[in-house]
Design a protein around this ligand. Structure first.
Ligand SMILES: Nc1ncnc2c1ncn2[C@@H]1O[C@H](COP(=O)(O)OP(=O)(O)OP(=O)(O)O)[C@@H](O)[C@H]1O
Ligand SMILES: [Mg+2]
Length: 297
């Protein structure tokens, strides 16, 4: 879904923020981007959202080289990557509902659609009862959950959260990561930039890409070079590790065919179909009933 291929970024001041970075993100992954201050995490996000261009290398997002996107395609790309910031960046003169709705109004959505979507998102972040409060009336954890709901408004396929827990206490930090995990389970790919070691320890099974001085020094999930991974994305076989399992099944099916064992053959086919169904990513958010007696204030 995302390929960073030999990306370097040097600013006009001569500072080199990223040096020859390569990694691949598959659809549906959850990744921590870690590293000390100044390592290049935010720079990487700005490149991904096309807020700036790399000095060299290519970024492929859903098979498009994002440096070449223009007009409608660039606009569409920006909608595909939702961003969450450490300081929330909510509009303080708008209430929680309106902060989320604004993103949809900008997209030109119909009022009924906006109402349903905002309702769903508030339910998802468990803040239905705080819908009409202003950011100054929300706790830090609540404000961050509203900013996550806003980032999801355009139904992006990826969320990049840049230090989303940087201003929060450990309990709220955990709530935010659990919420992002839930969003990930609903089908959105999630990248979280963080240097919170306690979170990394708590979620130690999650893939970590560690940057230091603009270079990748650790990637706990990288088991194949990007080019090969892109090829795998284009076929039904997603990763190397899944391949032997599929091959064993094929052998079993072929053997059954050879031995005229119709029952095993049918059983194998049914199992394959069932597995394909399960692997289909769920991308829609849960639909819920309007909790309010009134509409948007
Ligand atoms: N617009 C810019 N102009 C010049 N240098 C920049 C610019 N943006 C970032 N840098 C430099 O690039 C390097 C990487 O910065 P970046 O903000 O990506 O780090 P980071 O990993 O996000 O750090 P932090 O954890 O503190 O947020 C730093 O040395 C920084 O000073
Ligand atoms: Mg940063």
């Amino acid at each position: 879904m995302l390929v960073f291929q030999s990306i370097s970024k040097t600013f006009p001041s001569g500072i080199s923020a990223l040096e020859n970075i390569s990694f691949t993100v598959d659809k549906g992954e959850f990744i921590f981007l870690t590293g000390p201050s100044g390592a290049g995490k935010t720079t990487l996000m700005r490149l991904l959202t096309r807020n700036m261009d790399p000095s060299s290398g290519e970024i492929l997002f859903q098979e498009n080289n994002i440096s070449t996107l223009k007009n409608q395609d660039l606009y569409k790309h920006k909608r595909q990557v939702g961003v969450v910031f450490q300081d929330y960046k909510l509009l303080y003169e708008l209430n929680a509902w309106e902060n989320i709705a604004l993103a949809l109004e900008i997209l030109g959505k119909k009022e009924s659609e906006i109402e349903q979507r905002v309702t769903d998102l508030l339910k998802l972040v468990n803040l239905t009862d705080k819908a009409f409060l202003f950011p100054s009336q929300l706790s830090g954890g609540e404000a961050q959950r509203i900013s996550i709901a806003r980032a999801l408004a355009s139904a992006p396929s990826m969320i990049f959260a840049d230090e989303p827990t940087g201003n929060l206490d450990p309990e709220n930090s955990l709530t935010i990561i659990k919420l992002l995990k839930k969003i990930n389970e609903l089908g959105t790919t999630v990248l979280v930039a963080t240097h919170d070691q306690s979170l990394l320890d708590e979620f130690d099974k999650i893939r970590q890409i560690r940057l230091e001085r603009g270079k990748i020094v650790k990637d706990t999930g990288a088991n194949q070079p990007p080019a090969e991974n892109v090829k795998a994305q284009n076929s039904n076989i997603k990763t190397k590790s899944e391949k032997p399992e599929l091959e064993t099944k094929k052998v079993k099916k072929d053997e059954a065919k050879k031995n005229n064992d119709k029952e095993t053959e049918i059983e194998q086919e049914a199992q394959e179909k069932e597995e394909q169904k399960v692997k289909k990513p769920r991308i829609s958010l849960p639909k819920i009933k309007l909790p309010f007696g009134k509409k948007k204030p």
